[in-house]
Design a protein around this ligand. Structure first.
Ligand code: FAD
Ligand code: NAG
Ligand code: NAG
Ligand code: NAG
Length: 504
């Protein structure tokens, strides 16, 4: 393998220049120690890893971290990305991937505040139309009018189950908050599940979990399943219990960054002072062995990009789903490749057809329509949600549709009286969040050999616990913490890790 070292980089990483991968004698290192970290992926988890590292290892500390973010696409944000409505920047943008976060998402809320990013409610739609509607293929079984009758109708339909559920959910969310305060890193999800006492949320399907809790089935099917279909485009029987708890958190109000959620991740990247390499795809990662000034073997990593350049780093953080990263590892990584759930997103600008939902007046059509699967053939509704995200000055609405398949043109023609813009994107959205009995999840550390002490850090593992922007920033902080624990010791003194925000 040909090894091309950029001179500037070799200077940054204290490297000697060499011609092949084998054993190399490192030059003596003077304090402060410099650690080079390759972060593969410029989404929520990669940019936050760089950000937490830069806070925890400030420039006046004993360890200085030089991070390089490799991003194969031409933007920062990964699954957080906006597109201009009707390809016209003057009409504003709309989230194509991750669109909302909630009050309980401490990292995102704090970041938005500290970085002066303006927040908005999900859609920014001001309309006299009803808010939420649940459509079962024949009728709207639930419509929110915004009055206190909603509550009364809900109690009549669901009994006091909503309150019972809410109490349980509050308990789970409060437990979850403990993750922000641990003073050690997690090497695997099983440890997290154990620490939080979440086993019963993971070892059975959400539907079984809810049944055991004594949640009324109608409430589960109509409300809770609606939420999981809205959030994860999946039904209760395909999900673990935590997925339903996370999905229902959105009922306490949702937020988005006005200029796009990706702005938070851009700020993370900028503030971390990492080298950001856009349009740079990593194609291989190889472990190499070097010898330090004491004659000890040191494992480092050669990271090769599509342009044929190879750079050597002390550590590697894989901040992208392993399954789609398309990277060849020199060592047989012991990991699991889970299936991901495909989500089809269609954005349409035009005039919706109220008749499709049994209404003759568009003003009576709810803004958010969730589909109940039960009454459709094979329990498969043609889409999961149909929601208005903008009303344009010319009266057109911009609708976002989530569906299990790419919508056919004829389907869209039934849903809309007319369309002026249709934009479609297929996502490998998140791992299938199915229950697991043995708590066998991918590890946060991918090792060449199970006996090895360390390997490359894998933030994508946390997506199997639950996949959200916030949790991926928690995974980024965990990645920084694992490196902190590896580097810092009695002989190499580091500042306290603290909450990861450093002097922010
Ligand atoms: C349609 C949809 C809706 C969603 N809705 C929400 C929501 O409302 N709220 C929420 O919180 N979450 C939501 N999510 C989930 C959320 O987007 C993810 O959990 C989160 O963004 C994942 O962040 P990440 O940094 O781990 O991965 P990603 O954002 O996927 O970032 C990984 C990055 O790595 C890059 N990359 C991959 N391979 C390589 C390589 N070989 N070399 C260089 N770069 C590489 C990719 O281009 C990508 O930019 C949604 C996701 C989708 C798809
Ligand atoms: C799931 O875990 C809980 C808590 O440990 C336990 O009580 C229960 O029996 C388990 N259920 C299954 C189906 O394994
Ligand atoms: C890579 O790691 C494996 C497992 O630890 C080890 O056996 C192998 O020698 C390493 N390769 C190099 C070139 O260091
Ligand atoms: C689309 O349909 C709406 C509602 O019927 C109508 O007001 C509007 O003029 C139509 N627009 C076009 C471009 O046909």
């Amino acid at each position: 393998m040909k090894l091309l070292l950029i001179v500037g980089l070799s200077f940054l990483t204290n490297n000697v220049i060499y011609g092949d991968i084998g054993q190399h004698v490192l030059q003596d290192k003077n304090t402060p120690l410099t650690k080079s970290v390759a972060i593969i992926g410029g989404g929520a988890s990669g940019t936050s890893t760089a950000f937490w590292l830069s806070n925890v290892f400030p420039s006046d500390g004993n360890i200085q971290v030089v991070s390089t973010i490799f991003e194969k696409s031409d933007y920062i944000g990964g699954r957080s990305i906006t597109v201009p409505i009707k390809d016209d920047d003057s009409l504003g943008t709309i989230e194509l991937g991750a669109s909302i976060f909630v009050e309980a998402n401490k990292n995102l809320m704090t970041a938005a505040e500290k970085f002066n990013l303006e927040l908005t409610q999900l859609t920014g739609v001001e309309s006299a139309r009803p808010g939420l509607g649940i459509w079962d293929g024949k009728e709207l079984v639930f419509e929110e009018s915004g009055s206190y009758w909603d509550t009364i109708k809900a109690i009549w339909r669901y009994g006091f189950t909503p309150m019972k559920f809410q109490r349980k959910q509050k308990e789970v969310v409060e437990k979850f908050f403990e993750l922000y305060d641990t003073d050690y890193g997690f090497k695997n999800i099983a440890k997290i599940v154990d620490t939080l006492g979440f086993k019963s949320l993971f070892n059975q399907s959400a539907s079984d979990y809810l049944k055991k809790l004594g949640i009324n089935e109608r409430f589960s099917n109509e409300i809770l399943q609606t939420a999981t279909r809205g959030n994860y485009c999946q039904n209760l029987n395909a999900l673990h219990g935590l997925a339903v708890m996370v999905s229902m958190e959105a009922s306490h109000g949702t937020w988005a960054v006005k200029d796009g959620n990706f702005r938070i991740f851009e700020e993370f990247a900028i503030r971390s002072k990492a080298n950001v390499l856009l349009n740079t795809k990593v194609i291989s990662v190889s472990n190499i062995t070097e010898i330090d000034s004491f004659g000890n073997d040191v494992r480092r990593y050669a990271v090769e990009t599509e342009d044929g350049i190879i750079q050597v780093f002390d550590e590697v953080v894989l901040a992208a789903p392993l399954r789609f990263s398309d990277i060849v590892f020199s060592f047989p990584t012991q990991h699991y490749k889970r299936d991901y759930h495909t989500v089809h997103v269609t954005l349409v600008s035009g005039h919706s057809n109220p008749n499709y939902f049994g209404k003759n007046d568009i003003e009576k059509l709810p803004i958010f329509i969730y589909l109940l699967a039960q009454n459709f053939p094979d329990g498969q509704a043609p889409f999961e949600t149909f929601s208005v995200h903008r009303i344009l000055q010319n009266g057109e609405t911009v609708v976002k549709i989530f569906s299990p398949n790419k919508p056919e043109e004829e389907q869209l023609d039934q849903l809309f009286l007319n369309r002026t813009w249709t934009y479609y994107k297929e996502w490998q959205a998140f791992p299938q969040l199915y229950p697991v009995e043995d708590m066998d999840f991918p590890s946060f550390i991918l090792k060449a050999n199970e006996q090895d002490e360390f390997g490359i850090v894998y933030t994508g593992s946390f997506e199997n616990f639950v996949s959200t922007m916030e949790t991926q920033t928690i995974s980024g902080k965990n990645a920084a913490r694992l490196l902190y624990e590896k580097w810092c010791s009695k002989s190499v003194h580091c500042k306290k890790f603290g909450d990861g925000w450093g002097d922010y």
